[in-house]
Design a binder for this molecule. Structure first.
Ligand SMILES: Nc1ncnc2c1ncn2[C@@H]1O[C@H](COP(=O)(O)OP(=O)(O)OP(=O)(O)O)[C@@H](O)[C@H]1O
Length: 734
């Protein structure tokens, strides 16, 4: 770089700093007089010179007015994140490009800010006036001469990167840098996902701003930005139609709590904190599951055949309930045998949901009792029946309120499991369900696939009617704390250990704390890693989006759910009859090309039609393979020692986060590496890596990962596409 160039860059940075200072001065005033700060949607009509404003955008405009008073709070939130409130600048031409008086400058930021004269100092990135920032290309420049990305640290501009959108820059315009995208991709990743608001690419922008009607499906191979695009879309929807989406709610579903912890900063950094993030294990209130069932059990629990099993569970007699009624009512002996009681149960369940049928059941019992007695005055008999404490006791035992979780635990009785699974599942599968329920009772924690079953049962049984809601119990608090610990480790590996000191009584109490509520409904549902949802999980999510529009993100080659036809059927039911639009992403922004080539060679022989994107960035460094000794080969260091050494090397090469990804069989050998290298290292199981990424990964025993995982090589493919810059693979000696 020549001295003149350095001076020119410094001058550009100084100019941008001046503008940023103006914005901050305005914001300081906003703290005192919040009504002078406008979120930009307030008058998007005035700033959009390129097109008409649609009706719903206008309603969005007025809704944003209401946010004026919260703007200062939001902005201070953004400041704390050090993300840079203003990140872009457009120089547009309105006539002769060489005539500086014909030019317009627009600054683009996370929120819109206006000065006292109501002139925009910053335009919200989601406003139509900001769209040329994302849509302009040299081929179709949309009036843009120069697009500039500002890099800021707090309120200081530390650099600029320009893209020139016309063949030659006007004489008075300086062009700096090689473009912002590559700079962003080369940066260290850290522990949490960052927003990409400054470098959204044109094809991504199209998916982000697509109409909110019906179903939007976003597909693409690993690292193509599906997740980050979907999250920006959520922020866009809130902007474009705030009334609908803020009051109706947006639900974002991801595969694991490690994933929700990973993405949870993106929306707040875009100025939105009203979106509900849930992992598949905590969609149902009062259940926070992180434990995974073994693949074969998860496959049974996820399949649509469970509907029949759950229907039978919900309608059978309560285990241990009396099988006949014997009581004296009004001095007369009442005897109702099992067959009569069964008929009453069936009739009650035909007309009502179980937990709402208690009064009705009493009526049916009274009628049956009268039919049997037929002596004296009917009304008198009915009154006596109504007031009988013996009948109260009987009803309490025979027709108690049934908690859906309790009903699922009935499966722990193998005979009962055989009965409700008859002709639907094999005896082996029924026994596996029974065994799994017993394990749940021992562990005191639900598995991720149990959540969808509880949800289904809760709808079948109806809301449990309780006198009043319980306080949050000791076990609930403890369980949530446990989850935080897991999040911190970024690993589900230790889940079963949380329960080692539980007695059967408090394990049960922990499983049943709180009350399962009705499924909440949302206006928009965003599902990430959709290829992994089991049919029963689609039903669970579908219940929350009966009137919702959807954004659904996935890649079939990364699937860990095998029966795609059944999952597709359940997905169709969840969508309902809504229009669809599809977007396909083809550029891998995450993996260095050398890393992705390695992963591609693993997946293509197994899934020949896998969606293979282009990786845009090279590092010149291939993944490293190292072998370790095992019980049969003690001439080489064991896996723990080799992993520690390989990790030291990776930690030298990258500044950011590192994951050691290990199959169950090597967990003990590598667990002590978690938290090393200044807390940069997590140890994580293969399934929990879905949707996440690190600067470097250490992949332990890939063949074992494939053989231990439900999706086999597809899960290994996920694992091999998690590293941005470096990857080391450890294999046992042949
Ligand atoms: N336009 C962009 N500018 C900067 N970074 C980007 C851009 N698009 C994507 N990225 C980065 O690429 C990485 C991969 O994105 P993301 O996790 O959304 O991909 P994905 O398609 O969901 O991946 P996978 O299916 O493998 O989980 C992230 O670090 C993301 O920030």
């Amino acid at each position: 770089m020549t001295d003149t160039h350095v001076d020119a860059v410094a001058a550009e940075v100084a100019t941008e700093q001046q503008h940023l200072d103006r914005v901050h001065a305005e914001l300081a005033k906003a703290g005192r007089r919040a009504d002078l700060v406008a979120v930009d949607g307030m008058s998007r009509g005035r700033t959009d010179r390129t097109g008409d404003v649609r009706d719903e955008e206008m309603s969005g405009l007025f809704e944003r007015d209401a946010l004026v008073y919260t703007a200062a709070r939001r902005i201070s939130h953004l400041e704390n994140q050090h993300e840079g409130l203003v990140f872009g600048r457009l120089d547009l031409e309105h006539g002769d490009p060489d005539e500086s008086s014909d030019r317009e400058i627009r600054y683009i930021g996370r929120l819109g800010v206006r000065d006292d004269d109501y002139e925009p100092l910053v335009i919200d990135w989601r406003a139509p006036a900001a769209s040329p920032f994302y849509q302009a290309t040299p081929v179709d420049n949309r009036g843009v001469i120069r697009r500039r990305v500002l890099r800021c640290s707090g309120d200081e501009v530390i650099g600029v990167e320009d893209d020139l959108m016309v063949p030659e820059a006007p004489d008075d315009m300086v062009i700096v840098g090689d473009g912002a995208l590559l700079a962003a991709l080369t940066r260290t990743r850290g522990q949490q996902m960052r927003d990409i608001v400054a470098t959204i690419q044109t094809h991504q922008d199209e998916a982000i701003r697509a109409t909110d009607r019906g179903i939007t499906e976003i597909s693409g191979g690993p690292g193509t930005g599906k997740t980050v695009v979907a999250l920006h879309r959520a922020a866009y929807l809130l902007y474009a139609n705030r009334r609908r989406y803020e009051s109706g709610g947006i639900l974002v579903i991801g595969p694991s709590s490690a994933y929700t912890a990973y993405i949870e900063r993106v929306l707040p950094s875009l100025g939105e904190d009203s979106v509900v993030l849930r992992s598949l294990g905590d969609v149902v209130d009062v259940i926070t599951a992180v434990r995974h069932d073994p693949p074969e059990v998860a496959a049974i629990k996820g399949s649509l055949q469970m509907r029949t099993v759950l229907r039978r569970l919900a309608s059978r007699a309560v285990p241990g309930a009396p099988t006949s009624l014997r009581a004296m009512v009004g001095g007369l002996p009442v005897r109702l045998e099992e067959r009569v009681l069964d008929d009453i149960r069936r009739r009650a369940l035909r007309d009502r949901s179980r937990n709402q049928a208690t009064g009705y059941v009493r009526e049916l019992l009274a009628q049956a009792a009268w039919r049997q007695v037929r002596e004296g005055d009917r009304d008198e008999f009915m009154d006596s029946f109504d007031e009988s404490m013996a009948i109260d006791d009987f009803v309490a035992e025979w027709w108690p309120q049934v908690d859906p979780r309790e009903a699922l635990l009935w499966l722990a009785d193998t005979e009962l499991a055989y009965e409700v699974c008859r002709s639907v599942l094999s005896q082996g599968d029924a026994a596996a369900l029974a065994h799994s329920a017993r394990e749940t009772l021992e562990a005191g924690t639900w598995s991720v696939s149990d959540a969808a079953l509880v949800d289904d049962l809760s709808v079948r049984l109806g809301q449990v009617e309780e006198p009043e809601r319980e306080e949050r119990s000791f076990y609930e608090i403890e369980e949530l704390d446990g989850v935080e610990e897991l999040r911190a480790m970024g690993s589900a590996i230790t889940a079963p250990e949380m329960s080692h000191s539980l007695t059967p009584t408090n394990a049960r109490e922990r499983l049943l704390h709180g009350t399962v509520g009705r499924p909440g409904e949302y206006a928009h549902i965003l599902v990430d890693e959709a290829q992994d949802l089991s049919p029963m999980q689609w039903r669970m999510i579908g219940r929350r989006g009966r009137r919702a529009s959807w954004t659904v993100v996935g890649d079939v080659a990364q699937a860990s759910w095998q029966d795609t036809a059944e999952a597709d059927q359940a997905r169709e039911e969840a969508y309902g009859n809504q229009p669809r639009q599809a977007f396909h992403m083809t550029t891998n922004y995450r993996n260095a090309q050398e890393i992705f080539d390695y992963a591609r060679d693993v997946i293509l022989p197994i899934v020949p039609d896998a969606d293979i994107p282009d990786a845009v960035r090279e590092t010149g460094v291939d993944p490293v393979e190292i072998s370790f000794g095992d019980a049969l080969d003690t001439s080489r260091p064991d896996v723990g020692a080799v992993a520690a050494q390989a990790l030291d090397a990776l930690a030298q090469e990258v500044d950011g986060s590192i994951a050691v990804i290990t199959p169950q069989r090597h967990v003990d050998a590598v667990l002590s590496l978690a938290g090393t290298h200044d807390g940069r290292v997590v140890v994580i199981d293969p399934l929990s890596t879905k949707g996440l990424e690190w600067d470097a990964t250490l992949v332990v025993d890939p063949d074992a990962i494939a053989s231990e995982s439900p999706g086999g090589a597809r899960v290994l493919y996920v694992v091999l596409t998690r590293a941005a810059h470096r990857m080391t693979v450890l294999r046992p000696t042949d």
